[in-house]
Design a protein around this ligand. Structure first.
Ligand SMILES: NC(=O)c1ccc[n+]([C@@H]2O[C@H](COP(=O)([O-])OP(=O)(O)OC[C@H]3O[C@@H](n4cnc5c(N)ncnc54)[C@H](OP(=O)(O)O)[C@@H]3O)[C@@H](O)[C@H]2O)c1
Length: 293
């Protein structure tokens, strides 16, 4: 695709911008859009890592909080798929800066990957970032669509320690985790017809909510090695994670993933993936039987 610049504005670039295409979720979204012949501008930090896809044009920027490069990269964009930033101490500041720059660049509609149960007082500490990011987008004057993702089901096999134990203070709480593939399919549907989804919040969940003991049973059954769940106390959870040297906010995020499950904040099961994609979302058993990517 050829690109022409006039007054610094690339008028030939696609008006749909997709972030995160060098990552797991965004790359799945970008591939689906390309397969449906939807032209897209891939906003990436390193052009050499952008996926090569028909109708996709890589456009570089520095970082979500680098005002000038973001405004430049987003000029002429109508709809923006915003993948939440990697977890870091200033993630919310990065989100605010990106949203503000998008509004300044003239973006009209932001489709944001939020989190199931996002709330000011969410037990899962990172769920608060998502709530405040949603609020910033609403206040920006841009149209919005929120995809509130439950935990990624793809991660569950990686929760198991070397000793075959999943540890965390989840109690008997249930979690309606969802695969990245299903979120990507729903996101691609929204981005293909964004006008039909303005002002909608979709809660991306799997087809069922499982206790962590049920997760362990499913892993045992389908992975051929015994897996169990140990319901730690909160104190035990902080202690057992001390083998990793990370900042306090990271321990809080890890432990509160489990306490949020215990509090029922990841329990909601919806039919939103089915409604958007026409396909029942995958369960943990489906995912294990299909094989992990
Ligand atoms: N629901 C869940 O269970 C769950 C779990 C973990 C994370 N998440 C959130 O979901 C997001 C997407 O998940 P994923 O699996 O696709 O993650 P991933 O594979 O790590 O991909 C993240 C993508 O976002 C880009 N990115 C991250 N921080 C950025 C920043 N500050 N400025 C610009 N670009 C940035 C990365 O670009 P580079 O390649 O240049 O780094 C990459 O393309 C994560 O970033 C995280 O916020 C959700």
């Amino acid at each position: 695709m050829r690109c022409f610049y006039a007054d610094g504005v690339n008028t030939e670039l696609p008006s749909l911008a997709v972030t995160g295409s060098t990552g797991e979720l965004g790359s799945r979204v970008a591939r689906r859009l390309a397969a449906s012949d939807v032209a897209q501008r891939l906003l990436v930090r390193d052009a050499s890592r952008a996926p090569a896809l028909d109708g996709a044009v890589p456009v570089t920027f520095e970082n979500y909080d680098d005002h000038d490069s973001v405004v430049e990269a987003l000029r002429g964009v109508t709809t923006l798929f915003m993948v939440s930033a990697a977890e870091n101490a200033d993630r919310l500041g990065q989100h605010y800066a990106f949203v503000d720059a998008a509004a300044e660049a003239g973006v009209r509609h932001v489709v944001y990957t939020s989190f199931s149960g996002a709330a000011e007082d969410a037990t899962f500490t990172l769920g608060r970032h998502h709530y405040f990011t949603e609020e910033r987008i609403k206040q920006s004057g841009m149209d919005w669509t929120f995809l509130r993702d439950n935990l990624y089901l793809d991660f569950f096999p990686h929760l198991v320690g070397e000793d075959g134990v999943i540890r965390g203070p989840a109690g008997d709480g249930v979690v309606a985790a969802v695969t990245r593939d299903d979120i990507a399919a729903a996101a691609a549907e929204v981005l293909s017809k964004p006008g039909a989804h303005v002002g909608s919040t979709y809660v991306m969940t799997g087809p069922e909510a499982l206790t962590m003991a049920e997760v362990a049973d499913t892993l045992t059954r389908l992975q051929g090695r015994p897996v169990s769940f140990h319901n730690e106390t909160v104190e035990e959870a902080y202690e057992s994670r001390k083998k990793w040297d990370v900042p306090d906010w990271q321990y809080d995020a890890w432990v509160s993933t489990y306490t949020a499950i215990a509090a029922g904040e990841m329990a909601e099961v919806t039919d939103h993936v089915l409604r958007l994609t026409g396909r029942r979302p995958m369960s943990l058993a489906d995912l294990l039987q299909r094989g992990l990517d």
